[in-house]
Design a protein around this ligand. Sequence first.
Ligand code: SAH
Ligand code: SF4
Ligand code: F3S
Length: 439
Amino acid sequence: MKKVFIETYGCQMNEYDTEIVKTILQQEDYEFTSEEKEADVVLLNTCSVRENANRKVYGRIHSIKHRRNGEPVMIGVLGCMSTNFRKQLLEDPKLPIDFVVGPDSYKRLPKILHDVEKTGEKGFDVTLSEFETYSDVYPTREKGVNAWIAVMRGCNNFCSFCVVPYTRGRERSRSPENIVDEVKRLADAGFSQVTLLGQNVNSYNYQGKSFAHLLTKVGQVNGIKRIRFTSPHPKDFPHDLLHVVADNPKVCKHIHLPLQAGSNRVLDLMRRTYTKKEYLHLVDDIRSHYEKMVLTTDIIVGFPTETDEEFEETFAVVDEVEYDSAFIFKYSQRRGTVAAKKYPDDVPEEVKTERIIRLNELQKQKSLKKNRAHIGQIHQILIEEETTKRSDKDVQGRNDGNKLVILPKGNLHVGQFVNARITDASANVLKGKVVHVPD
Ligand code: SAH
Ligand code: SF4
Ligand code: F3S
């Protein structure tokens, strides 16, 4: 048996793909190890969404090489860098990479590994498929409370800044029956939460069946207590989906709704296909169905030609909406995207830095305000970890709105649902005391 070590970068879709890769290789003559030093094959499942993500991977490849000191180890690059950077990865003589395999070609991994070993030549397959959904591969998951499930793959939106449609290809959905079967197996295996994944879950469409339909079906599986999903796109948030989220008790009351920018001109250049007004209207609509819906977002600062005034519009939207939390990024030019072809990356680095700092400061105040409003309330918490970063006398879990909650350990264990009174809050985390442990 050959030993494989895999490291995962990027989003949850990549986490899920790593679990798919594990199953595919374990069916052949491979076993996985958590010790890089004892591996015969090192796989890096990469992300390419921003330049930083790429840089990290190049750094890692060099460090593996240095540690190895000429010992035989095969290094393979998987994931989103494979599709966009295949040539550089394979042709740079300084990079000791043996093979490059893209997100739709993982079923060919055993053959590629075998060929590389036999011939000593570099291998690759970065073909993107219109059909591959890995619906016949049951992922090898770590034990825990949450399971990721990709319900669709790829993206057809082509937001001008984004590399994902190029690295992951066209949209395709898995059948609801196939997904529900997997959810049943997960419930039987003891998972109490599933998170349904797609680059734009509103585009989920299997022979006319919508994402709202899928969510309802998943909600009918016994044993699954919480359902999360990410991400919907603000341009086409359907009303029936909003009803399911608001009314189905198993669906968590949290919507991640990427804003990206608050200025109509910038939104147009980004090809987001909604205006500030339409976005704010959607937020009102969500809150009119469920007042306390937790809202989170993604924002890009310093998109090409973004002026100070236009940034102030983003700032004003963040101030007005009062998100529970936000991921804020500096624009990073991605090769091959429409923005890279049409617009020079002309907002100076210092300006991007200034904008990101200001926005993060504002968001921190908003998160603190939102979190402090929970003090005194009783929340249902699903315990996820038996220790916290700071203490082994506490456990941590999440409430319905996906907020991290720290509780004194007592007899609590992972997978338990408990009711706790929130006693304290910072911008990032809530603290509580258990008031009731249901049977
Ligand atoms: N499909 C998801 C986004 C996936 S990428 C969605 O549309 O909701 C996650 C986030 O990364 C995006 O929402 C965006 O804010 C950010 N991002 C994508 N490309 C970027 C780029 N070129 N520079 C900076 N941030 C980027
Ligand atoms: Fe990228 Fe836009 Fe697709 Fe999200 S919806 S993955 S930001 S192209
Ligand atoms: Fe995810 Fe990064 Fe690819 S965010 S889809 S792993 S480019």
